[in-house]
Design a protein around this ligand. Structure first.
Ligand code: SIN
Length: 289
């Protein structure tokens, strides 16, 4: 773990990282993601570990090249409920069409938190984005953790949260109630629950953070939803203060690469009457500890 933590602090030679906020995030420039070598890969990984979410502009990624780039950082996940692109089993498109009111990923969450081994990282690429609207917000769960009082850190370290796929993938979820985008093929889930710690340790850097995914939360282990909600909501309200968040404005050809082990994100549903097409590749993660 120490080796990876050291790597996150080494100076960059092949990329330029411009911090995005005072706390986290960076725009990475000087790199063509279709043409990178081992040193650049190493530096991009270090930038992800240092900044937690990194953004690239003006890239030209096909489904194949986006997946090939992502594979440099780990095994790729095949989404349990969203059909991949034809011929590209590791890539799916997030599509919002003019008539759609539901937006994939609307609400704060970390990817695949309803599974035993949630995603390590996600790479989202803007294929066709509107002139304005449809930004993605990010939250530094590491920064929010650091700012907690010692008393709350102690209390949360003894709690496990129960997450479910029912909130977003059951037949009763908003996605199916308001109508799934015709541009996406999403299967309804057999409902499952999983427990994760409220505070997790980053497996590569040792950094501690909150682990939150309000979109998929149901209760604390051993408590009812009613007993759990006030405390969980308090922690989420703390984490989502402007100091711990940022908002990325998309352009065609932008790529955001986030670390789900220390951030959460929110697809802002402020669009109607326009098309937004994103291409997503997800990297497998470990069981949070
Ligand atoms: C996601 O949660 O993967 C989607 C984010 C977005 O479309 O902005």
């Amino acid at each position: 773990m120490q080796e990876q933590a050291d790597r996150a602090n080494e100076p960059f030679r092949t990329i330029t990282a411009t911090p995005f906020t005072g706390l986290f995030g960076a725009e990475i420039s000087g790199v063509d993601l279709n043409n990178i070598d081992e040193q650049t890969t190493r530096e991009i990984r270090a930038a992800l570990l240092r900044y937690h979410v990194i953004f690239f502009r003006d890239q030209d990624l096909s489904p194949e090249t986006q997946a090939a780039f992502a594979r440099r950082f780990g095994d790729l996940n095949r989404h349990p409920y969203v059909k991949p692109m034809d011929g590209h089993p590791d890539v799916f498109r997030i599509v919002k069409q003019p008539q759609d009111t539901h937006h994939f990923g609307e609400g704060w969450h970390t990817d695949l938190s309803y599974t035993e081994t949630p995603a390590m990282g996600t790479l989202l690429y803007g294929v066709e984005v509107p002139e304005a609207g449809g930004d993605t917000a990010f939250c530094s769960l590491a920064g929010a953790y650091d700012a907690l009082s010692d008393g709350l850190k102690d209390m949360l370290s003894g709690l496990k949260a129960v997450y479910t796929n029912a909130n977003t993938y059951s037949k009763e979820s908003r996605r199916f109630q308001v109508g799934v985008s015709k541009g996406m093929d999403v299967q309804a889930a057999v409902v499952k629950e999983v427990e994760h710690p409220m505070i997790r340790t980053h497996p590569e850097t040792g950094l501690k953070s909150l682990y939150l995914s309000p979109l998929h939360f149901t209760r604390f282990a051993g408590m009812s939803p009613e007993q759990s909600k006030p405390l969980y909501d308090t922690v989420v309200a703390h984490a989502t203060q402007p100091e711990y968040t940022c908002r990325f404005r998309w352009q065609n050809g932008s790529l955001a690469f986030w670390d789900n082990r220390c951030t959460m994100h929110y697809a802002i549903n402020d669009l109607t009457g326009v098309t937004r097409i994103m291409q997503r590749v997800t990297i497998e993660g470990d069981r949070p500890f």
